[in-house]
Design a protein around this ligand. Structure first.
Ligand SMILES: [Zn+2]
Length: 253
C-alpha cells in the first residue's frame, strides 16, 4: 500500500466585520447585524499552502464596498502566520477560492508562491455583471487601483484539479461563476474549505445558500456537491470554526 500525503489545517483569524444577516443566508436574518470573521487557512504537510489571503486594509476596500472592518495587531496576516509558525516566504502555493476583495487582499505578501485561481473566476472578476463590480474592485467599478489578485505569480486552472497530493480544487459555482472549494486530506479525514460557497453552518442547517450569488440554483447544487464529498465542511465566515485565536488547529497531519 502506498503512503498517502496528509495535511494539517489551521484557521487564522485575520479580522472582523459586521454585515447584514441575509448576505450569509439567503432571505433569512434580513436586517439583522451579524459579526463575521475574515479567515485565512494554513495547510502544512509536504509543503506549505495558504487558502485565501483576507483583507488588505491599506487602501480601505471595505469602505469602498460599504462594510466595517476591524483588525487587532495579532490579526495582521503576517502576525497570525507567525503565531502559526510560518513566514510568508515559506508558502509555496496560495489558493484563492474566488476573487472578492475580502478573500484575495494580500497576494503581494507571497511573491515566491504560485497563486492559483479558476480561469472562469478571473474572467468574471475583470468584467463582472453590474451588481458585482464593486465586490471585485473590478476595473469598471470606479476602484482607482489594481485589484490585489493581479500579481505576476498568478496562475489559472480549469475545473477539478489536484494542486499537490491530498489537496484538490473543486469547482463550486453559484456565489460567483468561478468559485472553488479546497478538499484537504488530513489525519482525521478529508475536509472541505468552502470559500463563500458556504459562509456559515446555517447554510446547511437551514438548507439555504449564501445570500450573495450570481446563480442561486448553482449555489444550491454546489452546497449539495460539497456535502456529498464530505461532512467536514469549513465555511468562510463563521466564528464557530475558532476555538483559539488568532490560530485554531482544525485537523492534524
Ligand atoms: Zn465572496
Amino acid at each position: 500500500m502506498t503512503e498517502e500525503a496528509t495535511w494539517s489545517i489551521k484557521a487564522l483569524d485575520t479580522g472582523t466585520s459586521t454585515i447584514e444577516g441575509s448576505i450569509r443566508t439567503y432571505l433569512r436574518h434580513c436586517g439583522e447585524p451579524v459579526s463575521i470573521p475574515r479567515v485565512m487557512w494554513l495547510l502544512e504537510g509536504p509543503t506549505t499552502i495558504v487558502v485565501d489571503t483576507s483583507v488588505d486594509p491599506q487602501l480601505k476596500p471595505y469602505e469602498f464596498f460599504g462594510e466595517s472592518f476591524e483588525r487587532s495587531r495579532e490579526q495582521i496576516p503576517e502576525n497570525a502566520l507567525k503565531a502559526a509558525g510560518v513566514a510568508p516566504k515559506d508558502v509555496e502555493w496560495v489558493i484563492l477560492t474566488h476573487l472578492h476583495w475580502d478573500h484575495c487582499g494580500n497576494c503581494a505578501l507571497f511573491p515566491e508562491a504560485r497563486v492559483v485561481v479558476q480561469e472562469a473566476e478571473l474572467r468574471y472578476a475583470i468584467a463582472p455583471g453590474r451588481s458585482f463590480r464593486v465586490g471585485y474592485l473590478s476595473p469598471g467599478s470606479g476602484w482607482p487601483h489594481l485589484p490585489s489578485y493581479l500579481v505576476p505569480n498568478l496562475t489559472t486552472v480549469r475545473g477539478q484539479h489536484e494542486v499537490v497530493p491530498g489537496v484538490t480544487l473543486l469547482p463550486v459555482p453559484g456565489h460567483t461563476p468561478g468559485s472553488q472549494a479546497v478538499l484537504v486530506r488530513t489525519g482525521s479525514g478529508t475536509y472541505c474549505i468552502t470559500g463563500d460557497a458556504m459562509m456559515t453552518y446555517e447554510n446547511i442547517e437551514l438548507d439555504v445558500p449564501p445570500g450573495y450569488h450570481t446563480d442561486v440554483d448553482a449555489a444550491m447544487d454546489s452546497l449539495d456537491l460539497m456535502r456529498a464529498r464530505t461532512s467536514l465542511l469549513l465555511p468562510s465566515h463563521d466564528h464557530s470554526v475558532f476555538r483559539d485565536r488568532p490560530v485554531t488547529l482544525i485537523a492534524s497531519q
